[in-house]
Design a binder for this molecule. Structure first.
Ligand code: NAD
Length: 434
């Protein structure tokens, strides 16, 4: 059994030295992390190509660009975030002053998934650094080229008592979770999230769980179908649908369903070409197990767009399934692949009830300009976060904390929320003896 006692002990001692609490130390580490990403850009592109056939443009935008943007935002704002905040004191406490100190937790464990293996490892790591923690990062074993590159980038440039990448499979996570970390940040499936929460509970370690779920895209009868088709198709089929916030299924008003599907077909052809199997840039499914899981869904409903696949290169083309019901197998769990099932509704309240009866989604997208409909959906359905007349982009702004609720997770990060997540806020009331 692997044992990480020595590593956590080293990080604890280093943290106690107080070095990471110095704001300049954190700024230097963030700057260094950014420089490492820039100097390893080609290696990152190659690793993502080898692991997921991810196109360069996607890697530059969603893996490298997004993390560098986060780091820049942290560098710009860190001094003000880390400043002790003075707050009001009630008259009942006359003569006292009150303030709140942000302090790092200590040593944080970050466990990352495979679908955006750079972004979902390094964005939380940047948050841990900004807040002044030491950290251990465990990347996913399903993207081995990226995992070993992360180990090289971090372990060759930082000391292990400060930041360390530990590579490995489930046994490695299990062994790490036995140790007492001061914070755990986990991104992955809901099932594994529960295992992580149970392990964290043994040490009463606070956790953020960034999980998955079935995120609906509701298309109302008044939606602009050209824009809606473009925005849904691009967000669903990017990374071959292996995006935690991709629209999982369409819930569309019956009167516009056929037109919407026809327009989505046009967008898919315009984006990926007439014959997507010939488009060697289209990302592949991560593993044979996931390919087989997804392939079975092609038996549900009626395939109205796409449907071709090739197991030898883990390829499934962008596919739309019509005539789907809530009972179909594809509607039981998160899809996480390039297959989009379509369900229809006649009355919005029934569509809302159907979502509310199920586990709370990570994201929800609503396509309508009708403000009453927007209000109904936003007030009646609980979900992590989302967008109106757009999809996915709520997670690419520093100003919106990103996270789930219920089965889709707990806690949030990005921008200042990352700093807050990895900080404890210590409240102090100060009186004088005079
Ligand atoms: P996963 O839960 O299988 O694995 C995530 C990490 O946990 C990996 O590092 C893996 O090695 C580790 N792990 C796996 N089994 C474990 C166990 N029994 N004990 C401890 N650690 C274990 O998830 P995945 O397949 O890598 O990623 C896909 C899932 O992640 C989807 O559900 C997706 O929605 C979700 N996701 C969520 C977000 C988000 O930000 N909310 C982002 C990306 C992915």
């Amino acid at each position: 059994m692997e044992n990480y006692q020595e590593l956590t002990a080293k990080q604890k001692t280093f943290f106690q030295s107080g070095k990471t609490k110095d704001v300049q130390y954190r700024l230097n580490a963030l700057t260094k992390l950014k420089e490492i990403m820039t100097s390893h850009e080609q290696e990152i592109l190659d690793a993502l190509k080898a692991d997921l056939n991810k196109p360069e443009v996607e890697t530059k935008r969603a893996e490298i660009g997004l993390v560098i943007g986060e780091i820049n935002f942290m560098i710009e704002n860190l001094s003000s975030w880390a400043t002790t905040q003075e707050v009001e004191t009630p008259s009942t406490h006359e003569g006292a002053t009150s303030f709140i100190i942000s302090e790092p937790y200590g040593s944080a464990l970050v466990i990352a998934p495979w679908n955006y293996p750079i972004q979902l490892a390094l964005a939380p790591l940047a948050g841990a650094i900004a807040a002044g923690n030491c950290a251990v990062l465990k990347p996913s074993e399903l993207t081995p080229h990226t995992s070993s590159l992360l180990a090289k980038m971090i372990n060759e440039n930082f000391s292990e008592e400060y930041l360390r990448v530990v590579e490995g499979e489930v046994e490695t996570s299990t062994a790490l979770l036995k140790e007492k970390f001061d914070y755990i940040f986990f991104t992955g499936s809901t099932g594994v999230g529960k295992i992580v929460a149970e392990a964290a509970a043994k040490h009463l370690t606070p956790t953020t769980l960034e999980l998955g779920g079935k995120s609906p895209a509701i298309v109302h009868e008044d939606a602009d179908l050209d824009e809606t088709a473009t925005r849904i198709a691009r967000s669903k089929f990017a990374n071959a649908g292996q995006t935690c916030v991709a629209p999982d299924y369409l819930l569309v008003h019956r009167s516009v369903k056929d037109q919407l599907i026809a327009k989505m077909q046009e967008v898919i052809t315009a984006t990926y070409g007439e014959n997507v199997s010939e488009n060697l840039e289209f990302p592949h499914v991560v593993s044979e197990r996931h390919f087989d899981r997804l392939h079975q869904f092609l038996n549900d409903g009626e395939t109205v767009v796409g449907g071709n696949s090739d197991r030898s290169r883990l390829f499934i083309e962008p596919t739309i399934l019509d005539h789907i019901s809530w009972e179909d197998s594809i509607m039981q769990d998160e899809i996480f692949g390039p297959i989009l099932p379509v369900l229809v509704y006649d009355e919005l309240p029934k569509a809302i009830d159907a979502i509310v009866e199920r586990p709370k989604p990570l994201a929800l997208y609503l396509f309508t300009d009708n403000e009453k409909v927007q209000d109904d959906v936003l007030t009646k359905i609980s979900f992590g976060g989302g967008a109106i007349n757009d999809a996915i982009n709520h997670m690419t702004t520093h100003y919106l904390p990103f996270g789930g609720v219920g089965n889709s997770g707990m806690g949030a990060y990005h921008g200042k929320a990352s700093f807050d997540t990895f900080s404890h806020f210590k409240s102090i009331l100060k009186r004088s003896n005079k």
